[in-house]
Design a protein around this ligand. Sequence first.
Ligand code: PA5
Length: 433
Amino acid sequence: MITLLTKQLHKVQAAHGLSKKELAVSKKILQKHIAGALARDQHFHNIVDDTETVRIIEQYAASVKGSYDHVVLCGIGGSALGPICLKEALTHLYAAEQKERNHPILHVIDNVDPAMIAEVESILNFKRTLFLFISKSGNTAEVLSMYLYFKARCIKEGVPFSDHALMVTHAGKGKLYELGTKDELPIIEHGPVGGRFAVLSSVGLLPAALLGINIKKLLKGAKQMRDKFLSIDPKQNLPFQMANMQYLLTKKGKHIHVMMPYSQKLFRFADWYRQLLAESIGKEVNDKGKKVNIGITPVKALGTTDQHSQSQLYNEGPNNKFIMLVHAKSLHKTIRIPSLYKGDKSLAYLQGATFNQLIDAEREGTADSYTAYNKPNITIQIDKVDEVHLGGLFMLFEGATAFLGELFGINAYNQPGVELAKKRTVTYLKKKR
Ligand code: PA5
């Protein structure tokens, strides 16, 4: 179950928080927003029904099971952040150091820093490595350069590239598809969604399946939330509730939205969301072509770590932030802090408590402190970090982002600012040679 706890938001001063009345929306208005969001939608909400892609992916994952120790994913932006999040949330945090594993280790190369490429390469046994290239356009310099590089490296290592590589891209489009076809690689269709909305498509599902993650359960959670996204009952429609809070608080000057999970395994979820919100809502012009320079600056933070790095700023700095804490009711393990110094009064509050109680108390105390400083905050509560809940969280924020595009009257699905930089990169690289 995923719940939005908004108690703290109602407690802060009216100028900085939101009352239940401000958040209220009629079925009729909600219906209008759903219709508006769907009219703009690029199918992110119905890719979760694509059972054929699930079948293809599960079949591929089963056919290569046990063949590889390493999967090297070459992709950037939406092609990388979802898979990184899935890996961190749903597999062992220290898989690379685990003595025994049932599945390969995923390395995501989402940068063209040669130090990173060289260091990943240095730990690979090419005979036991699968290279996965992901790109929607098939024309991204980062991915194409890595394709050329790792193909050459496979040849040098005497490893047949077509047995050690596959790709996710649009069939029939882009340079990557052309190369993959010539090299006879397996090609899995990218699907109709843009990168940052693609984690629940083959982009996220394929690496997840290779890591042994249950992709059907991931989609089950996503579908449950998709049904809420389509619900005209304001109490049910969590994505709209989320977007409405974000929109109204932005209007009140809260232009920075902080995602702060109290779960190490969900830190990369905040990273995934950072791209989704920044690229989707940061726009120069609105639907009417008017220059608006809309945007919300996403910030990722981690509880409790960033209480000792960011909370001073959040509490005493400018009141321009909306803080979204994430609480997983179960963190899977329960560990007790031992009572080594019986009778030591200064340690009494810690000794015998569990780390679970400590992290909960830290979150509640921190939320209270934000409220005391009149800093708007909510808590997104999930039962546990698992496939079903993560699928639900992805869809919650994809849906909320779709509604935000509708509320601001902007196109949440394009990224002209990114495209410009891509073009200029080509010009600079030509000049350097
Ligand atoms: O969300 C997006 O659309 C972008 O961040 C892309 O994922 C990123 O630019 C990579 O593009 P491509 O998938 O075409 O290689």
